[in-house]
Design a binder for this molecule. Structure first.
Ligand code: NDP
Length: 333
C-alpha cells in the first residue's frame, strides 16, 4: 500500500516536507477484516489539531505512521460475511490507497446514482452533520431569524447557509476569502448577502450587510469574525462555535474577542460543540438532507485533487482557502 506518514509536527503552516509517501506491503486480512481499495480520502481542518503532538479532544497523529482520516473505498477482499466484495464503504483509514480494516470500523454506503460517493466525505458526511447539528441543535435556529456564517464557501459553511434558508431564515449572510466565493454564495447557494473578509474590517462589512443585526452566528473562523459577530449580534443571539480556523496555524495561543463584556449585556449564548458527540442526530440529518441533496434543493461543490502523493498539498492549500466546498483527494478508482 502507499501511505502518507507525518514526519514532524509542523510549527506554523504545514510544509510538504512534514509529510512523506511510504510504500509497504499489507498483511493478509484475517477473520473479521476487510482489504479496502480507497477511491477518495478527506483532508479536513481538524487534522491540523492532530498534528500538534498534543492531545486535544482527540489523540494526536503518531509520527512515521499512517494517519487516520475519513475515506471512501471498495472492499477488495472480505473476511466478514456481512460485506461482499465490491461493496462501497466509508471508514477511517484515509491518507493511503489501500488498508486492512476491522469490519466493525467500516460502514457500507447507500450508493445513490445522482450523488457521487465522495459526498459521504462532505455534504452527506461528517461536515454535513456538523452544519446540521450546529445550526439546529446547538444554536437552535428558528424560522424568521437572521443568520451569519463564516467560512461560508467551505464544506460546513455552504450547507449551514442553505439549511438556514430552507428553515425560513429572515436573512442569511456569509463571509469567505475571495470575490469568486462571494459570487458563489449569493448566486449559486442563495445567500441573501456575502462579503470577502479580506476586503476590509469584518465588523464594518458585517454591520453594513446586517442592518437589523444577527440572531444566530455559526462560527468556523474565530478571531476577528467572532468579535464582529458579537458586536453586531441582537440581544439573546445564539452562537454555535464550530471551529476557529484563523488560529489553527498559530504558534501562540490566540487572544479572545476584546468585547467579551457584550456576552453579558446582550445576554448572548455561545455554545461550542464537537460533532462526534452527537451521533443521535445522524438519523434526522440523513433523512432531511439526503433527499434535498438528491433533488438539488441543497447544492454542494467539491474541489478534487488527483493522486495520493498530492494529499499533503491538498491539505495545506485547503487551510489557505484553495477549496470551494469540500476538499477531497481522489486516490484510485
Ligand atoms: P472548509 O471546507 O471550510 O475549508 C477551510 C476553509 O477555511 C478554507 O477554504 C478557507 O476559506 C477558510 N480559512 C482558512 N483560513 C482562514 C482565515 N484565517 N480566516 C477565515 N477563513 C479561513 O473546511 P470545513 O468545512 O471542513 O470546516 C470548517 C470549520 O468547521 C473549521 O473551523 C473546522 O475546524 C470546523 N469543524 C468543526 C467540527 C466540530 O465538530 N466542531 C467538525 C467539522 C469541522 P476562505 O477562502 O474563505 O478563507
Amino acid at each position: 500500500a502507499r501511505e502518507i506518514h507525518l514526519l514532524a509536527y509542523p510549527a506554523g503552516e504545514p510544509q510538504p516536507g512534514d509529510f512523506t509517501l511510504v510504500e509497504r506491503p499489507l498483511p493478509e486480512p484475517r477473520h473479521g477484516e476487510l482489504l479496502i481499495r480507497n477511491q477518495a480520502i478527506s483532508v479536513d481542518p481538524y487534522m491540523r489539531g492532530k498534528m500538534t503532538g498534543k492531545r486535544t479532544y482527540t489523540a494526536p497523529y503518531e509520527l512515521n505512521a499512517p494517519m487516520e482520516g475519513r475515506a471512501v473505498g471498495v472492499v477488495e477482499v472480505s473476511r466478514d460475511p456481512d460485506f461482499t466484495e465490491g461493496t462501497v464503504v466509508l471508514h477511517d483509514a484515509g491518507w493511503r490507497d489501500r488498508a486492512v480494516v476491522g469490519s466493525g470500523h467500516v460502514r457500507a454506503i447507500n450508493v445513490i446514482d445522482a450523488i457521487p460517493v465522495t459526498a459521504h466525505l462532505g455534504v452527506l458526511g461528517m461536515p454535513g452533520r456538523t452544519a446540521y447539528v450546529g445550526l439546529f441543535e446547538k444554536a437552535r435556529m428558528r424560522g424568521g431569524e437572521s443568520v451569519f456564517v463564516s467560512g461560508a464557501a467551505g464544506a460546513v459553511g455552504g450547507l449551514v447557509g442553505q439549511l438556514a434558508r430552507l428553515r425560513g431564515a429572515s436573512r442569511v449572510i456569509g463571509s469567505a476569502g475571495s470575490a469568486e466565493k462571494v459570487d458563489y454564495l449569493v448566486n449559486e447557494l442563495g445567500f441573501d448577502a456575502a462579503f470577502n473578509y479580506k476586503d476590509g474590517p469584518v465588523v464594518e462589512q458585517l454591520s453594513q450587510l446586517a442592518p437589523h443585526g444577527i440572531d444566530i452566528y455559526f462560527d468556523n473562523v474565530g478571531g476577528d469574525h467572532l468579535e464582529a459577530a458579537m458586536a453586531v449580534a441582537n440581544p439573546f443571539a445564539r452562537f454555535a462555535l464550530c471551529g476557529a480556523i484563523s488560529g489553527y496555524n498559530a504558534t501562540e495561543p490566540q487572544p479572545g474577542p476584546r468585547n467579551m463584556a457584550l456576552i453579558v449585556t446582550k445576554r448572548l449564548m455561545l455554545q461550542g460543540f464537537i460533532v462526534t458527540d452527537t451521533s443521535d442526530a445522524t438519523a434526522d440529518f440523513y433523512r432531511e438532507v439526503a433527499p434535498a441533496v438528491a433533488d438539488g434543493r441543497l447544492k454542494f461543490r467539491e474541489t478534487v485533487v488527483e493522486g495520493l502523493e498530492n494529499a499533503p498539498e491538498a491539505f495545506i492549500s485547503m487551510l489557505r482557502g484553495a477549496n470551494t466546498g469540500k476538499m477531497v483527494v481522489r486516490v484510485g478508482t
